[in-house]
Design a protein around this ligand. Structure first.
Ligand SMILES: [Fe+2]
Length: 294
């Protein structure tokens, strides 16, 4: 392909399985009455927004595909199985069937390798894709009519430090951008995680009983509002500066690196993100946000 590829949008795309449960798609076995509408409708607005863009591939970075040695990429043309959430098997038993853009996945893998990153293609066709990857992809594109790329998260923040993790995610983001540009493809990136992540330890009798759903802790909420304010201002540098404190104080899934990867791949945007909505799921803070590349 002769035209230069491009990242057309980057999104915060959180993955509580409750969202899929609340939507009742045919792929999910458990059925709900409703639930978590503020976040589900935020996803609805993201979907409407992405309808305006002509894009080829969805890339997702998930904290629930944790690889201890190096970054892994889904590396078979299709993955088909049933994903059962280990904590919420009564809410999420999802039959997935995804098509992978293996060429582009390999191109990102090769770019990252050339930057001395430890990388590997996941080429076991029986590999079971994690629910974080699946929920973010389903909520963004329930038609499943676009090829995807799944990227694992390395436990650097837990085993070394946030600084080491950030440095690696900067490199992975650059590798992602360079490979996409060379591919000629238009891509949407998904950082699959919530913001603050303290959650309830007891479930109400009816999981979708929204009279039980609320913010867990005011301090956590303040952090979420701070981060969202920075996104709205396009102040990526401050997001970077406070990321370590934010992650430690809200035990956030930002420790998986998805947001840093996405922002790095987008060249650290200084334009505002569009906030499609925010809401809690078992007390965790979830924002659906979109940086639309100019
Ligand atoms: Fe999670």
């Amino acid at each position: 392909m002769s035209t230069k590829g491009k990242i057309v949008a980057g999104c915060m795309a959180p993955h509580p399985p409750h969202l899929v449960y609340g939507e009742n798609p045919p792929q999910n076995e458990p059925k709900s009455e409703c639930g978590w509408e503020s976040v589900r409708w935020a996803y609805e607005r993201l979907r409407q927004s992405l309808e305006d863009i002509d894009y080829d591939v969805l890339l997702v970075h998930s904290p629930h595909w944790r690889t201890q040695i190096g970054t892994h990429f889904l590396g078979c043309p299709t993955f088909k199985s049933k994903s059962v959430d280990p904590i919420f098997p009564h809410l999420f038993r999802f039959n997935y069937d995804m098509k992978v853009d293996v060429d582009l996945a390999r191109a990102i893998h090769d770019k990252a390798k050339s930057k001395n990153m430890l990388v590997k293609m996941m080429e076991n066709p029986d590999f079971r894709v994690d629910y974080g990857t699946i929920v973010s992809l389903h909520m963004t594109n329930p038609a499943w009519d676009k090829p995807v790329i799944g990227i694992s998260s390395v436990g650097r923040a837990a085993y070394f430090s946030m600084d080491v993790m950030q440095e690696e995610m900067m490199k992975l983001g650059e590798a992602t951008r360079e490979a996409i540009e060379e591919s000629g493809k238009k891509c949407v990136l998904l950082a699959s995680h919530s913001l603050s992540h303290r959650h309830f330890i007891e479930e109400p009798e009816i999981p979708e009983d929204m009279s039980a759903e609320h913010i867990y802790h005011h301090g956590q909420y303040l952090w979420d509002m701070k981060m969202i304010d920075l996104m709205k201002k396009g102040d990526t540098q401050t997001i970077l500066d406070v990321m370590t404190d934010f992650t430690e104080q809200t035990i956030s899934e930002t420790d998986g690196g998805g947001m840093m990867w996405m922002l790095s791949a987008m060249g650290m945007p200084t334009y505002p993100a569009k906030i499609h909505g925010y809401g809690t799921v078992i007390g965790t803070g979830n924002v659906v946000a979109e940086w639309r590349a100019p």
